[in-house]
Each structure stands twice: as structure tokens, then as C-alpha cells.
Design a protein around this ligand. Structure first.
Ligand code: NAD
Length: 248
């Protein structure tokens, strides 16, 4: 497929993990991709993407961007693992800044310049829908869903769509610290997923490209969960309520 031939795309956080895979797929389908990251060198080397060294939380730097991409993917984020009672104000602010303020700044600068037919895809998380830990990150991801709906209403009349993809566990470098403490973590987590595995960056990228493409021409303001069924229900709870054999 070459759904993005002749189109331009900007992916924040495209230097690693999910963002790198999104940039890879957009590029493979014909888009001229710019990767905005604290370190965009991997994407530039591997994909020939245009590197843009950018901190999406830096209001002055984002406001100075002179770009008008057809596709904007707000993917950059960080997440602190500090438990709630010890969470500092600085850590709270840092998660809110990368997860929520960054997309706000990017959209405020770029949306007014985007051509009709343009599309924004924000990368959220299942953490916005239910509690899975990481209080500041989760609150910020919930805020990002709200921002997505607001921007969809605001920019719909200009022919610009704004949607959000909400992944559950995806093996990327964001998990490195947790995995170094607990190497069996991913294998254990797989047991919570109705589809029997955790996700891959490719699972997320496929959903992002669909929402960014003309195939999704009448979809805006929506959240698409890419979560292997995690938020559809809780099989372990059902087994406790009824019997383990009930889920046949
Ligand atoms: N991996 C998961 O399990 C998972 C699950 C749900 C949602 N997500 C979301 O997917 C997105 C990508 O996560 P990932 O797992 O690929 O993480 P990652 O750590 O592999 O990649 C994140 C990238 O964002 C960049 N980045 C961080 N802060 C930035 C800033 N202020 N300005 C510019 N670039 C910045 C980093 O340099 C890095 O290249 C995030 O929004 C994350 O919240 C991930």
C-alpha cells in the first residue's frame, strides 16, 4: 500500500519504540517523514527521515516551528514509576508536560497551518480508561483524550481530523528499567490479555496509519484502543465470580 504518497508527516518521539515504528510505516507507504525527538538520530539513520531535535515541552522551540505537515502524530511521552505518596511536584509536572502539554503546544502551533484533509493522531494509553498505576501519567493521558475531542470539534470544519490511539502493554525501551528489575515481567503480563500476548509497535502503527489515512475520512474525535482485549473485561475476575471453566 502507498496511502501516504506525496504527503508529509511529523512524528514526535519517533526516535524510539512505537514512534520509530510509526515513522517506519509512514515512510514505507510514501510519506516524507520528519522525526521530532530529543534524539532523532536513529530514525534519520535508518529511514532517511528528516531529523528535528526538539523537546516538545519547550514552548518557545515548538512555537517557532514553521511546518505544515499533512499528518501529525503526537507520540513523545515519559512516565515516572514513583509511587503516589512519594510522587514529587516536579515528577507530576514532568509527566503532565511530556504527555499533555507537548501535544497541546504541537497542535496549537501546527493545526492552524495544516492543510484540509490533514490528520492528527495522539498516542494515549489504556491508563486513561482504568487505573493501572502511574498516577500522573494516567491523569495526563485522560487529559489528552479530552484535548483530542475538543480539537476534533474545533478543527473539523476546516477538514482536519483528530483522533487518539490508546495502547496497552507494548514492548519498547520505555519498559527497560522495569524489565531489568523483573526479567519475567512480559511473560507474566501476557496472561492478563484475552488475546494471549502483549502488543508490538507494529500493532499500534497499523491503527495509527488507518486513522491518519483517507480510509478514516469520517472518523474524528475518537479513541481507538489497541489493547489485546485488556479493557474489554477481566477473565481472572470472571473465573473467581463463577468457575474457571465458565469461560469456554
Ligand atoms: N510501551 C507501552 O507499553 C505503551 C503503552 C501505552 C502507551 N504508550 C505510549 O506510546 C508512546 C511511545 O512510547 P514508547 O513505549 O515507544 O516509548 P519510548 O521511550 O521507547 O520512546 C519515547 C520517545 O519519545 C522521546 N521523548 C520523550 N520525551 C520527549 C520530549 N519532551 N520531546 C521530544 N521527544 C521526547 C524519547 O526520546 C523517545 O525517543 C508514548 O506516548 C507512551 O505513553 C506506550
Amino acid at each position: 500500500m502507498s496511502r501516504f504518497q506525496g504527503r508529509t508527516a511529523l512524528v514526535t518521539g519517533g526516535g524510539s519504540g512505537i514512534g520509530l515504528e510509526i515513522a517506519r510505516r509512514l515512510s514505507a507507504e510514501g510519506a516524507a517523514v520528519t522525526v521530532a525527538d530529543l534524539d532523532p538520530s536513529a530514525a534519520a539513520r535508518e529511514l532517511g527521515a528528516t531529523p528535528l531535535e526538539l523537546d516538545v515541552t519547550d514552548e518557545r522551540a515548538v512555537s517557532a516551528l514553521d511546518l505544515a505537515p499533512d499528518v501529525l502524530v503526537n507520540n513523545a511521552a515519559t512516565c515516572t514509576d514513583t509511587p503516589f505518596p512519594e510522587l514529587s511536584g516536579e515528577e507530576w509536572d514532568a509527566d503532565l508536560a511530556s504527555v499533555l502539554k507537548g501535544p497541546f503546544l504541537m497542535c496549537r502551533t501546527l493545526l492552524p497551518r495544516m492543510p484540509a484533509g490533514g490528520s492528527v493522531v495522539n498516542i494515549g494509553s489504556v491508563n486513561a480508561a482504568a487505573f493501572f498505576g502511574n498516577d500522573a501519567y494516567s491523569a495526563a493521558k485522560a487529559g489528552l483524550e479530552s484535548l483530542t475531542r475538543g480539537l476534533a470539534v474545533r478543527y473539523g470544519p476546516r477538514g482536519i481530523r483528530v483522533n487518539l490511539v490508546a495502547p496497552a502493554t507494548i514492548r519498547t525501551p520505555i519498559w527497560d528499567a522495569r524489565l531489568s528489575r523483573d526479567p519475567e515481567l512480559m511473560a507474566r503480563l501476557a496472561g492478563w490479555y484475552p488475546l494471549g500476548r502483549i502488543g508490538s509497535p507494529a500493532d499500534v502503527a497499523a491503527a495509527v496509519l488507518f486513522l491518519a489515512s483517507p480510509e478514516a475520512a469520517w472518523i474524528t474525535g475518537t479513541t481507538l484502543r489497541v489493547d489485546g482485549g485488556l479493557t474489554a473485561g477481566n477473565a481472572r475476575l470472571v473465573a473467581d465470580i463463577l468457575t474457571p471453566g465458565h469461560l469456554r
